[in-house]
Design a protein around this ligand. Structure first.
Ligand SMILES: Nc1ncnc2c1ncn2[C@@H]1O[C@H](COP(=O)(O)OP(=O)(O)OP(=O)(O)O)[C@@H](O)[C@H]1O
Ligand SMILES: [Mg+2]
Length: 269
């Protein structure tokens, strides 16, 4: 059905109360759409109405949709709001959740291709710090001068920028006796031995999986015809690269974010 035909239909209830700008952002289903607006102005509402519109018009079935949020609570809220907009119809089988949850779900069946078993565990901060401490000891680095928390901070920032151990240069770092890149490599190797990863790895491993295995990439790009991202201003470079790769074929990506906060995902990407 064309949009003009749709507009002649009696109004679906989910349009009610949208202002013209929100409505335009919902109607533009194909191609990339960036919505920047202030806090509390109805950005998430655009996203939920767009989801309802995609489903109500049959443009997409739930399995073709990926919607990314920053917290599990936000995901639950979107699930509820969309179901409400569709007359309390529940929506199943879509990929709705945080970057971490979605990446973990997509990674698990292919874990072996990145050196993990499908039963891999996800380490919390305490375990990460304990591991770094062991590595510092093994390298005879004083953990008073180079606290595990600081070392982990560097590693996590590299991961946020999508950088793997091989991408990190051997520049001199004041801490860890200049061995930070080596520690990063040791940390990653140890995690694989433990059949574990940290939160940053979920996305990075999945990115690596898609980059190295064209069959996996093709399957994902064909499957997810519509991507929607809430709180886009908080996206880091790794997350941006992940979204860009998944949406590369369909180009149907809608991101909504707060105009008053920097969109640093676009910077340095
Ligand atoms: N066009 C509108 N007219 C009246 N109320 C609206 C409109 N759009 C959204 N609202 C209401 O404003 C409130 C905020 O909407 P929403 O959560 O979508 O905004 P947001 O921009 O995502 O907020 P945040 O910056 O907190 O993420 C909600 O209660 C929503 O129902
Ligand atoms: Mg919002």
């Amino acid at each position: 059905m064309t949009l003009s035909a749709l507009n002649q239909q009696p109004e679906s209830p989910y349009w009610q109360g949208l202002n013209p700008a929100q409505r335009a952002a919902v109607e533009q289903l194909d191609g990339p759409v960036l919505v920047l607006a202030g806090a509390g102005t109805g950005k998430t509402r655009v996203l939920t109405t767009r989801l309802a519109h995609l489903l109500a018009t049959g443009k997409a079935v739930p399995a073709q949709i990926m919607a990314v949020t920053f917290t599990n609570k936000a995901a639950a809220e979107i699930r509820e709001r969309v179901s409400h907009l569709l007359g309390e119809r529940s929506v199943e089988g879509w990929y709705l959740g945080t970057f971490h949850a979605l990446a973990a779900r997509l990674l698990r069946p292919h874990a072996e291709r990145v050196g993990l078993k499908p039963s891999f565990t996800i380490l919390g901060t305490d375990d990460q710090l304990r591991l770094i401490k062991q590595l510092l000891e093994a390298e005879n680095i004083d953990d008073k001068k180079s606290p595990p928390r600081v070392v982990l901070g560097y590693i996590e920032r590299w991961k946020d920028r999508g950088l793997l151990p091989d991408d990190v240069s051997n520049d001199s770092f004041d801490i860890a006796n200049g061995k930070l890149p080596k520690l990063y490599k040791m940390y990653q190797d140890r995690l694989l031995e433990l059949n574990a990863c940290d939160f940053g790895d979920l996305l990075l491993h999945h990115l690596t999986l898609m980059r190295k295995h064209p069959d996996v990439l093709e399957q994902i790009q064909n499957r997810f015809q519509y991507l929607l991202v809430d709180e886009y201003q908080d996206t880091n470079v790794a997350q941006y690269l992940w979204l860009r790769l998944i949406a590369q074929k369909s180009k149907n990506i809608c991101v909504v974010g707060d105009e008053d906060q920097s969109i640093y995902g676009w910077r340095g990407a």
